[in-house]
Ligand binder design. Sequence first.
Ligand SMILES: Nc1ncnc2c1ncn2[C@@H]1O[C@H](COP(=O)(O)OP(=O)(O)OP(=O)(O)O)[C@@H](O)[C@H]1O
Length: 265
Amino acid sequence: MIEAHHLHHAYGRRPVLRGVDLRAGQGEVVGLVGPNGSGKSTLVRALYGAITPDRGSVVLDGVPLGALRRREVARRVAVVVQDAAQELPLSVADVVELGTLPHRRPGRARDDRVVAQALRRVGVDHLADRMVGALSGGERQRVLVARALAQQTSHLLLDEPTNHLDIRYQHEVLALVRDLGLTTVVVLHDLNLAARYCDRLVLLREGRVHAAGPVADVLAVVPDVYGLRAQRVDADDGTRQLLFRRGDARTEPHGAAPGSTEGPG
Ligand SMILES: Nc1ncnc2c1ncn2[C@@H]1O[C@H](COP(=O)(O)OP(=O)(O)OP(=O)(O)O)[C@@H](O)[C@H]1O
């Protein structure tokens, strides 16, 4: 379980997090959504200790993050963010192997089995010997997910993991993330992907939690936050999707004509 209690953070004098609470229970997938600049990445950084919030605390399985050494955090929390791995002269297998480091004892050989398994699970085993800098954005993104798997943690944080992925891999990666059964916080811009793969959503707006809870409840206030019109569509797998277009913020019921209006719900 990972919890954020009343986090405040400012870059210089500009407050970016203003009293944010978040909780992802064991095995739960929590989607973090919100407009550009609302503080999602900053919150994720605070969750794994990349930044220390000005106020508030992060608690990992009951232990304050500040009480854990970096290596202990890395044994419990894997992170998939856009990072600088692409700049390193490393092969894909090398990058994924970096994920195993928090568990490695000095002098012990690398565990090729864990690396191979992680590569296979994300479907990038055929890329193992390629240089990571020579991959496409989507291939590199999947390699970063494989690195996170190789880290064998109970918690997973992902910041826009579907960035660069084609539509098939967007679904494959998020389905994989779901299947892992880890305690997960995932930043997503695509609200329909968030609705499909998350247990709950947290919607940030200007550094505050604007809404949090079941997917349907949070989606109901989305048009208001983004200033868009949304039409609800009930998919045949039971999930609810939203079609967005510009216009006054409101949600139209399933099948409504574009001009008709109805409050959210
Ligand atoms: N290192 C930094 N120094 C100064 N300001 C920053 C820094 N990182 C982020 N910010 C600012 O903090 C605010 C929140 O940024 P953050 O990246 O957390 O938002 P976000 O919700 O993830 O945005 P996006 O959807 O665009 O990725 C933005 O206004 C951003 O410009």
